[in-house]
Structure formats: C-alpha cells, structure tokens
Design a protein around this ligand. Structure first.
Ligand code: ADP
Ligand code: MG
Length: 359
C-alpha cells in the first residue's frame, strides 16, 4: 500500500493549456480522496499525470516514497478506471479483468483464478463468459472496477466512474464502491464534478478550479466553512445564501437586517455574507436575537425538508430550509436567525473567507 504526494506539479499541453498549475497535495495510505471541481478544471489531467499517461511539465509525483515522475505508466503500480470504462468489446468479462495481468506475463491459470475471485467479490459471478455489450451499465462499471482491483495496483485512480449510471444505480454503486474501498484498504483518488458524491464518499476533498486547489479538507470542513465564495457556490445541494453586506461598529448590515459580526473577526467595510439555508431558523414572530425579516415568496418540497424563499428588505432574497410539516404559507411574514457560529463573512474583493484564526 502507498500514499501519494504531488509537489508543485504543472501539466501544460502542447497547445499551451496549463491544465494543472503548480499543484501540491499529500494523500495518506488507505485514504479515499476526492478531486472535485467543474468541468475543465484539470481533474482528469491531474489523474493522468499521476498515472504517467501525461508527462509532467514540472514538479514531482511520489507514490509511497518513490519519485515516479519519470517512471513509465506500467511500472507505477497504479490502476485506473476511465470515465468510459474502456472495456475491450470482443473479450469476455474474465479476459477483460485478467488483461492487465496478461500484459505483465502472469500465467494463464493464475490470472483466470484472480479474475474469477475478483469478479465474484464485485457481484459479477455468473457473468464471466459474457461480453461487455451483454451487460448493463452498472455491470460494465463493476467489470472496469474489477479489472483495476485485480491488476494489483497499490493506488486506485477513478475518473468519474459513476457518471454514466442513472440516478438510482449511481447511489447503489456509490455505496458498493465505498464498502469495497474500505475492505481492500486501497489508496483511492476519485474524480467527480458532483459535490454530493464527493461529500458522501471521501475522507478528504480537494476542490479544484483552473488547475489549482481552492480548498482541501474533510467533507464537513468544506461544507461548514467554504474557504471562498467559489467553494461556497459549488458545495451543497441547496445553494448557500451569499449576500452583499457592510460592516461597521461590530455589526453587519445585510438584507435589511443588522447582525453581529462573528466573534473575533476584525472585518470592516464591504463584505459578502454567507449562510446556508440549513443553518437558518424560521420564526413566525420577532425573536429576541437579531434576525432577517421578510415575506415568503416560494416554498419547495425537498423530501423530509422544504426550501423556503424569503423576500427581504431592499430586494434581497434568502433561502431557509424547514422540517417537513412546519412550512410557513406563501406571503406569510417570517423572521430568520442564523444558528450560532454559522454566519460567514467573505471579502467582497477577493471572495476569500474572513477567518478569525487568520488573526
Ligand atoms: P476535467 O477533467 O476537470 O474536466 P481536463 O483535465 O479534462 O478537465 O481538462 C483541463 C483543461 O485542459 C481543459 O481546458 C481542457 O480543454 C484541456 N485539455 C484536456 N485535454 C487536452 C489535450 N489532450 N490537449 C489540449 N488541451 C487539453
Ligand atoms: Mg475529466
């Protein structure tokens, strides 16, 4: 088993596109690590550079304690599952799964035994003589995974492996993948543009933009304290409220409300105020503490909760989630208080979180 370290890595394509731009990160042995970011931010390129399928322009890649920056892909002991699975259409399931072992010269009996054991573990028993076209999308996805696992790599690289599955199958495959990763203890880098997938699966997440990491942390860290408005906009299934505000004398004027500035924060002037809909509490009458106030414009059902859209003074709109069964009526007057410690302030200039711990 092995951890991974990337040091000041840049990958520039011949056409001049700097897809990975001076990026550094460390992934622990056995960790499930997610690379999350919008399409085109460099996730696939980073994965391919770690695998050795794209040459690094500068910087280093280490697997375990070994610098593999100039090592050919076949010698890196890395297994990759591609977004389109890349199965061989003319080969059976067993031959597909055994293929990397065949390339390495493993004797036939041994590689067939490994392939059959792995496919059985991945709920593919009974399908070993089928060809990819005779399998469902979910089964093809598991064959690609079985091939990667059977290859015996120390590092598993997964490029959006669930994106070709429909919503229900995606949830099943997600749970399956997490269990498999835990059982095998494989160091795994999982690429996705789906924030819910990253939050659900990963031990830690790197949020990427334009070839760089914008934030690196546990799912709860990036959800609770997004380091910038970019990350705040990207994470969460209901969008975070981000409102222009102005700080003076220890309080922030925002959407017609006057709220205390978070403890220990020396902010002044123009800011962006961030608070998740999940962290607002609604009241039908004025509460004791400072609150947003407005009228209910829309109520949307999310399942066990509902998203309430409130029109505040000055035309600002905020969202708040409430438990199923306690929704206010449309046009009701309501008050919304942020839960303690959940109000975040961002620089209006840079979009970066103003953090008391930064002094
Ligand atoms: P992601 O996987 O996050 O969608 P990619 O790593 O595929 O992003 O792409 C990052 C950037 O590099 C994009 O601007 C993309 O257009 C560019 N790019 C990707 N592959 C190539 C290539 N082979 N040649 C030139 N540019 C590329
Ligand atoms: Mg990609």
């Amino acid at each position: 088993m092995a951890g991974v370290e990337v040091r000041d890595l840049s990958t520039v394509y011949p056409n001049g596109v700097r897809a990975v731009d001076g990026l550094s990160l460390r992934i622990a042995d056995g960790e499930f690590f997610a690379l999350l970011g919008p399409s085109g931010c460099g996730k696939t390129t980073l994965l391919r550079t770690i695998a050795g399928l794209e040459p690094a322009t500068s910087g280093q890649v280490l697997i375990g304690d070994t610098d593999v920056t100039r090592t050919e892909p076949g010698k890196r002991r890395v297994a990759m599952v591609f977004q389109d699975y890349a199965l061989f259409p003319h080969m059976t399931v067993t031959d597909n799964v055994a293929y990397p072992l065949r390339v390495r010269g493993v004797p036939r009996a041994e590689r067939v035994a490994t392939a059959e054991r792995t496919t059985a573990n991945l709920s593919l028993a009974g399908l070993s003589q089928r060809r990819p076209a005779q399998l469902s999308g979910g089964q093809q996805q598991r064959v690609a995974l079985a091939r990667a696992v059977a290859s015996g790599g120390e590092l598993l690289l997964l490029d959006e492996p669930l994106s070709n599955l429909d919503a229900r199958l995606r949830l099943e495959a997600r749970t399956f993948l997490k269990r498999l990763q835990r059982e095998l203890g494989l160091t795994t880098i999982f690429v996705t543009h789906d924030q819910a997938e990253a939050l659900a699966l990963a031990d830690r997440i790197a949020v990427m933009d334009a070839g760089r990491i914008r934030q690196l942390g546990t799912p709860s860290q990036v959800f609770r304290r997004p380091a910038s408005t970019f990350v705040a906009n990207f994470i969460g299934s209901t969008p975070m409220n981000l409102l222009d505000g102005t700080v003076a004398d220890g309080s922030v004027q925002v959407a017609g409300a006057r709220l205390p500035v978070p403890a220990g924060l020396a902010a002044n002037g123009d800011v962006v105020v961030g608070v998740r809909p999940e962290y607002l509490t609604l009241h039908p009458s004025p509460p004791a503490e400072p609150a947003f106030e407005g009228t209910v414009a829309v109520v949307e059902t999310l399942g066990v909760s509902s998203l309430v859209t409130i029109e505040c003074a000055g035309g600002a709109t905020i969202g708040a989630t409430v438990a199923e069964g306690s929704e206010p009526g449309v046009s009701d007057k309501v008050y919304a208080t942020p839960q303690p410690g959940r109000l975040l302030l961002y620089s209006r200039d840079t979009g970066e979180l103003l953090d008391p711990s930064d002094g």
